[in-house]
Each structure stands twice: as C-alpha cells, then as structure tokens.
Design a binder for this molecule. Structure first.
Ligand code: GLP
Length: 249
C-alpha cells in the first residue's frame, strides 16, 4: 500500500502535466490511490515521518498535503492513532458536486436504477419549484442510487426539458449530461432534514423501517438565474456525513 502511494507520487513527478508544487502533487497521488482502491476506506495512511522519508519530502509538505484532504473529508485523523481513509462519505456542503463525483472520488462505483425516466407536462408544484410556465415540458428521473451493490439514496429529479431534451441520455450522471448541453448547475440551494425512513424507502435502501435518513432538497441554478433542477433525495443516515465550514462574517 505504501509502495502504491510512493509509485503514484513518483509517476506524477515524471508527468509534466501535473502540478509542480510538491504538496499538491502528493495530494493528487493520495486521491488517486484512494480512487483506485489501493488504500481502502478505514485503512491507515503511512505516518507523516515514513511518507516524508520515502518520498524525500519535508514533513511540513506532507502535513500540508494531508491537511487539505482532511478538510475535504477524504481522510480523517484520530489523535495519536494516525490518518485514515474516511469510511463514511463525508460531503463538504459548500461544494456543488454530483452523486457520481462524490462516489468516484472515494473509489466507489456509482450506479443508478431507474423507476422513471420520462418527459411530460409540468405540474403546478413543479412549475413553482422550477419557475416554469404552465404547460412547459419537463424531464422526470426517479431512481435508486448505488455504490456498487449497496443502495445509498433515492432521488426524484425534475429538470426543464429546455435544459435536457432527452431523458434517455441519463444513464448514470445527470450532471454529466447537463454539462454536455452547457447546462451544468452553477449554484444551488439545499435543504436537509432528518427523517425516519418509511416502509417503501426503507425497502429500497435495504434498511429497517424507521431507520434514520436524511431528506435533501436541492434547487440548482444556471449562471443566468434559471432553475435547472429540483431534486428530492432520501439518503441513508448511516452512510453520509455532511460537513459545513462556518465563518463569523
Ligand atoms: C446529488 C444531488 C442531486 C443531483 C445529483 C446529481 O445526489 N443531491 O440534487 O441531482 O447529485 O448526481 P449525478 O450527476 O450523479 O446524477
């Protein structure tokens, strides 16, 4: 495992396209080995001292590389025990990322199983959420989101058909398809609520009825202020940690 990281770091050193600053290069190397599962969630990283020695870097550089990944939630540190690859999916709340990106960054394999992928006329509630006029066409996606075989969330998304003409194009990532049309969300409002999962949601998520869940609503916007998505999600409460950075001003 240590060798995988050292090899990856050395590979990046030889790659002219990679960032020249050592701590950023090391950060990328750690991200890559986690993504490729050379270091599994829950496993420890080599100690700062061992890493510094193996890579010919100063401990300050190693510490700086690790600190950034701790902040992102990819790694966590336990006092006296060392640095570990995070087991729960820790999601910084201030970054507008997709489910697919969050999972891939942790070396997991995101998948969707669809109940619905259709196009139809906007309902009054959807029109309010998306700022659309009555009669406008919308795309509806209803799916269970998996990491490999494990269900993590249920999502119901409504998107104006003007931003996504063909629902059939969405196989796994909605944001990837929106990006292709130049309609990737740039800003979003998100509301989180603790919920107890009812029978239907619990069954789909393979948890007991009444388990803790998180209900998340996201309304995302394009640069020009148009709403591009309204998604209601139910996440399993035992897998996700949402982390927010707070400022005094
Ligand atoms: C998260 C958000 C959803 C968003 C989705 C896009 O799950 N809660 O609001 O629609 O990401 O993810 P993807 O691009 O993987 O479909």
């Amino acid at each position: 495992m240590e060798t995988a990281l050292a090899n990856e770091y050395r590979r990046l050193c030889r790659d002219p396209a990679t960032h020249q600053l050592a701590y950023l290069r090391l950060r990328r190397a750690i991200r890559n080995v986690v993504e490729h599962r050379d270091i599994e969630p829950g496993q420890a990283l080599p100690s700062e001292r061992d890493l510094a020695q193996a890579l010919g870097l100063s401990r300050v550089t190693v510490r700086k590389a690790i600190a950034g990944l701790v902040e992102e939630g990819l790694l966590n540190q336990r006092h006296g025990a060392g640095t570990f690859v995070a087991e729960r999916i820790i999601k910084p709340m201030s970054r507008l990322t997709s489910f697919t990106e969050d999972l891939r960054a942790r070396g997991l394999n995101p998948r969707s199983e669809f109940f619905e992928r259709s196009i139809g006329e906007v309902t009054p509630e959807e029109a309010m959420a998306l700022n659309l006029s009555p009669g406008a066409p919308v795309v509806r996606l209803h799916r269970v989101r998996y990491a490999g075989d494990e269900p993590l969330a249920i999502e119901r998304s409504v998107v104006p058909a003007s931003a996504l003409p063909d629902p059939g194009e969405v196989r796994d990532s909605l944001y990837e398809v929106l990006e292709r049309y130049g309609n990737r969300p740039r800003r979003a409002l998100q509301r989180l609520r603790a919920v107890l999962l009812g029978a239907q949601h619990a069954r789909l998520l393979h948890v007991a009825v009444g388990s803790a869940g998180l209900s998340i609503e996201r309304r995302s916007f394009l640069d020009d202020g148009r709403v591009v998505e309204f998604t209601s999600s139910w996440y399993r409460g035992d897998i996700y940690d949402f982390v927010a950075e707070l400022h005094t001003d």
